[in-house]
Design a protein around this ligand. Structure first.
Ligand code: TYD
Ligand code: MG
Length: 445
């Protein structure tokens, strides 16, 4: 047995036998962490003579068993529930609500659930369950950060858990490795140990992983390769909503999202997005609705703009939820192509709840709101505008237009502005070719 030195990038898990100042894989600076591994160099090693079995596509295979949780939206996002024997990672910044979410979803799981935490005390965990009104006797707690001890406990227990939650993987360690909990080596090796154990015993494992911007703890990047499914937890800063995304999924499609609100009773999924985002909408100057695409979800959102005389010498441009560069581009196009006196004005643009949007299909709604506010004229009626604006002022087509129109109609909207290029098969919408046509829609212009 020989000992070999390795260097691993703490950010992305890149491995090298030489030290590196800058990671060749992810370009992180000073992210190399040294560790040693025991390597068994067998003398007179022979090439393997074993053979592998070939499987054909017509072979009968069983459909994976799904374990449902108490949150329907969560089950839907992972294609119907946790897969029996599957390994899941829930990652997110500290304090975002990971422990709350797993406590909530553990509530109605069929079978015995084990919640192992190396992070919180008995009082903290039990208090949280009490606050969430969960009294399920089928939930067992272990307060332990030794992964081998957790595995031994499960092996020896007469009650085989169907799901094991590990909160968090960064607090776990194995005495086999001479390294502190949270180091890249411990995170990787502990995950591998619990993963192998789970696969052999058909137990679902849900690992909680903290993401730390400074990279002080091993980033869950390394874990993403080990697990079957990555559930990413993000805070939408202005609205305070929690956005849960599936970014890797060996059992189905990715790109699903759920929006959750943190309340005194825990995380509550936003079921009725229309009510949440459109409650305060009224057809006044500067207001326009649009349908955005976030992951695979289509969400109706209100865009509000205020164009006013500048208070200070230099005009201000302030946005909330809308990318500033899109607003700057659209106002430049309006000014250049239509000679609208917008560049000298203060411009404020926001989305309902400050919800952050990264979909360029909102351009037409931004333009409609800006023009409406500048002219101090409300749109002709409640309006939904969908379309991207090019630097030449032409309206570009967008994806999923049929679905966006369907949602608009369900909202009872009659005034639906869409790109002319998207309008071939669509009736009862107003096709818009360029911003010139958009401005002509306003009365008295
Ligand atoms: P937590 O789940 O502990 O976050 P994480 O495990 O990601 O670090 O919860 C984060 C915050 O949520 C915490 O500050 C308390 C708050 N919270 C509520 O607002 N309502 C609740 O019902 C619970 C349980 C927590
Ligand atoms: Mg926690």
């Amino acid at each position: 047995m020989k000992t070999k030195k390795y260097f691993v990038c703490n950010e992305c898990g890149f491995e090298s036998d030489k030290w590196f100042a800058k990671c060749p894989s992810c370009n992180s600076i000073s992210s190399a962490v040294e560790f040693t591994a025991d390597i068994d160099f067998k003398k007179n090693k022979k090439t393997s003579k074993t053979t592998s079995e070939i499987t054909y596509l017509d072979e009968e295979v069983s459909i994976p068993v799904r374990i449902k949780t108490s949150i329907k939206e969560f089950n839907d996002s992972i294609n119907g529930g946790f897969v029996k024997g599957g390994i899941y990672l829930i990652s997110g910044e500290p304090g975002i609500g990971k422990s709350t979410l797993i406590s909530q979803i553990s509530k109605d799981i069929d079978g015995f659930v084990l919640y192992a935490t190396g992070e919180e005390s008995k009082t903290q965990v039990i208090q949280r369950y009490k606050r969430l009104n969960i009294e399920n006797k089928n939930i067992g707690l272990i307060f332990e950060n030794d992964i081998d001890s957790i595995i031994n406990t499960i092996s020896k227990s007469t009650k085989k858990p169907s799901v094991v939650f590990i909160d968090s993987i960064q607090t776990m360690k194995s005495d086999e490795f001479d390294s502190i909990a949270g180091s890249i080596l411990q995170v990787r090796e502990c995950s591998k140990k619990i993963t192998n154990f789970a696969k052999n015993n058909d137990i679902t494992i849900v690992l909680i992983g903290h993401v730390n911007k400074e990279g002080a703890v091993a980033g869950p990047k390394i874990l993403e390769h080990i697990v079957d499914c990555v559930i990413q937890f993000d805070l939408e800063k202005t609205s305070g909503l929690r956005m849960v995304r599936i970014t890797k999924n060996r059992y189905g499609p990715t790109d699903e999202i759920i929006l959750l609100e943190m309340t005194s009773k825990g995380l509550i999924p936003i079921e009725n997005m229309n009510e949440f985002f459109l409650n305060d909408y009224s057809n006044e100057s500067g207001n326009t609705l649009t349908i955005i695409k976030e992951g695979n979800k289509l969400i109706p959102i209100e865009i509000q703009a205020l164009v006013s005389k500048p208070v200070y010498g230099t005009p201000r441009r302030i946005t909330s939820g809308v990318p500033l560069d899109r607003v700057l581009m659209i106002s430049a196009v309006l000014s250049k192509k239509l000679k609208m006196p917008i560049e000298s004005k203060d411009i404020f643009v926001s989305t309902s709840g400050g919800f952050k949007i990264n979909d360029s299909a909102i351009d037409l709604a931004i333009a409609n709101s800006l023009v409406s506010s500048l002219l101090e004229t409300p749109p002709l009626g409640p309006t939904i505008a969908i379309g991207e604006i090019g630097l030449d002022g032409k309206i570009r087509s967008v994806s999923s237009i049929e679905k966006r129109i369907e949602i608009s109609k369900r909202l009872g909207m009659e005034n639906i502005l869409i790109p002319e290029k998207n309008s071939k098969k669509v009736k009862s919408c107003t096709p818009i070719k360029n911003i010139n046509e958009l401005v002509k829609l306003f009365k008295g212009v």
